[in-house]
Design a protein. Structure first.
Length: 229
């Protein structure tokens, strides 16, 4: 009995040591991953990585993780133009496979949410245009147009839709004074716009957009999502 008790104590101590080493390895790996994540054609202001599952050491030995949660903020494209900056993206990456030398990682499938706040949406709009929450699932777009040589401010309620899985379209439901020859085109030329989202990781696409007081909340899904390399 004494020998059995000693054995149990040893196993408990070893088990505790294994858990401590395993958790320390996770923390180190997460920190390393945060510095290695690259977005093709874009960049992110900050990155947070959380590797799920236990034990971690057996997952790293097999170069495969069941789930990795990633939070990216301030995602923008490195290309020119007025692509929409992604204020924040939270993604759950499943069946993540590491490449040779851990230099790359690919998720078999992914789900998540993208947030585009109104400051970033305004920055992507046409010159002199401001975008804000309009209530009831709409955005309010305000811009100044030149009518008979006089600058006139016009505000419209607009619907936001998605195009081709990467583009956000803002289109006015109704233009004040429509019916006056040329006025609708003039106003829409200012308030309506389409912009691609900048820096979205390869393999992810926009699925569904919801207009909220904090900005556009967009669900994303994807397969074979490249995280690094």
């Amino acid at each position: 009995m004494r020998a059995l008790r000693i054995l149990l104590i040893v196993l408990v101590v070893l088990g505790g040591a294994f858990v401590a080493v395993d958790r320390a390895a996770v923390y180190f790996a997460e920190s390393e991953a945060e510095g290695r994540i690259r977005i093709s054609g874009g960049s992110a202001g900050s990155t947070d990585v959380s590797i799920k599952g236990f034990p971690f050491l057996t997952q790293i030995a097999g170069s495969r993780f069941g789930q990795v949660d990633v939070k990216l903020t301030g995602i923008s494209t490195s290309a020119g133009g007025r692509a929409i900056r992604i204020s924040e993206m939270r993604a759950q990456l499943h069946d993540v496979t590491l490449g040779s030398g851990y230099s790359s990682a690919t998720a078999a499938r992914a789900t998540g949410t993208v947030l585009v706040n109104y400051a970033d949406l305004t920055s992507a709009a046409n010159d002199g245009v401001a975008v804000e929450y309009g209530g009831d699932g709409k955005v309010k777009v305000t811009g100044t147009v030149d009518i008979l040589g006089r600058p006139v401010s016009r505000s419209v309620l607009s619907t936001v839709t998605l195009v081709d899985g990467r583009t956000i379209r803002v289109h006015a439901d109704k233009v004040p004074g429509e019916g006056i020859p040329g006025l609708e085109d003039l106003v829409r030329g200012k308030t309506d716009f389409e912009r691609e989202t900048g820096g979205l990781p390869n393999g992810l696409k926009l699925e569904k957009v919801e207009v909220t007081p904090d900005g556009l909340e967009i669900s994303v899904t994807g397969s074979d999502v490249a995280l690094t390399g």
